[in-house]
Write a protein that binds this ligand. Structure first.
Ligand code: TXD
Length: 313
């Protein structure tokens, strides 16, 4: 049986995610974009790399959602990205409209799919997708934490001059400046980083992680990061399609966990064939709990802005 992942938005993140999913032999890919010819062109290019890369994945591109029929997972990257000086929240008005249109189309062709949201502001577009799709909470969630922890892990590995994959880390909270990296739950081959790195160094890494996206936007000027985001998407998709049940930081609707409810926020979750199968509740210090609450308040205030803009969600 062939599995299929649809990716809505064939821009930088969407097209790179398509490449990773095909080259990792995870699924066939359907790419959709409103810009005429864009998804078709990129899909054709990707197909032509298959003989050299050595996979037999089907990759289609279109302006029409018809090609998404039968998708197991739909990844939503449609929207605009940040330019220098912009926060993720500045994207709210325009991306909310785009996400609403996308969700309506996706629900019509792939009502059984798992929705993985990527468009910023992430925790808010995921909330919107949850409300508009009517899908259960286990089938609507967002990618951000895997990227934020990947940045945290990369910086720790650089500071220690060690293999990046040996570094495990956890980042909670919303995808923005209020995210909560957790040095206490970060290790290198099982050794807590607090035993390996100076407190001041850890603090600097935490700060750099929070600004990780902006640092790249400043260099690129016309867009934001996409290689690492695409890696993060592929990892989450793999955990779902292979039913790996990996514990990955995921933006999930909280229903009382961490003392919070009715808000999407990054927390460790078990990802398997049924989507979010479980939320893991970590023991937090008073300061960590406070930081997470602050992050939740920030996401809530952006949802409130959405309501002010006339969205009934
Ligand atoms: O961690 C995370 N969640 C993120 C989020 C990491 C990286 C990027 N993040 C966000 O993803 C970013 O802030 C943007 O909101 C999205 C997509 O970023 P990308 O860098 O891929 O932006 P591009 O290159 O501009 O691509 C967006 C594509 C582009 O081709 C548009 O034509 C298309 O989206 N688009 C649409 N497709 C379908 N339907 C509609 N309505 C539509 N509108 C735009």
């Amino acid at each position: 049986m062939r599995v299929k992942v649809s990716i809505i938005g064939a821009g930088q993140v969407g097209a790179t995610a398509a490449l990773r999913i095909a080259e990792q032999d995870l699924a066939d890919v359907a790419l959709v974009d409103v810009v005429k010819g864009l998804a078709r062109g990129k899909a054709l290019d990707l197909r032509q790399s298959a003989p050299v890369e050595g996979h037999a994945r089907r990759i289609e591109g279109s302006e029409s959602y018809r090609i998404c029929k039968g998708s197991d997972v739909v990844v939503v990257t449609a929207g605009v990205a940040r330019k220098p000086g912009m926060s993720r929240d500045d994207l709210l008005q325009i991306n909310a409209k785009i996400v609403a249109e996308v969700i309506e189309n996706v629900v019509a062709v792939a009502p059984e799919a798992i929705l993985l949201m990527v468009t910023n502001p992430l925790d808010v577009t995921t909330y919107l997708a949850y409300k508009l799709s009517g899908f259960p909470r286990s089938r609507v969630f967002g990618m951000a934490g895997v990227l934020d922890t990947a940045r945290f892990r990369a910086f720790i590995a650089e500071a220690l001059n060690t293999a990046p994959e040996d570094v495990q880390a956890m980042v909670l909270g919303g995808h923005g400046d209020t995210m909560v990296p957790l040095p206490r739950y970060s290790t290198v081959s099982g050794i807590p980083i607090t035993q390996l790195l100076d407190r001041k160094v850890i603090r600097a890494i935490v700060q750099r992680t929070r600004q990780g996206g902006a640092e790249i936007v400043k260099y690129l000027k016309t867009g934001s990061a996409y290689y690492a985001p695409a890696s993060a998407i592929a990892q989450m998709v793999a955990s779902i399609l292979k039913d790996q049940k990996r514990i990955l930081p995921t933006s999930v609707l909280l229903t009382g966990q961490y003392g919070l409810r009715n808000v999407f926020l990054g927390v460790p979750a078990v990802l398997g064939a049924r989507g979010v199968e479980k939320v893991i509740e970590l023991q937090l210090s008073v300061a960590e709990r406070k930081a997470l609450k602050r992050s939740a308040e920030h996401v809530r205030s952006t949802v409130a802005q959405l309501k002010q803009l006339g969205w009934e969600v």
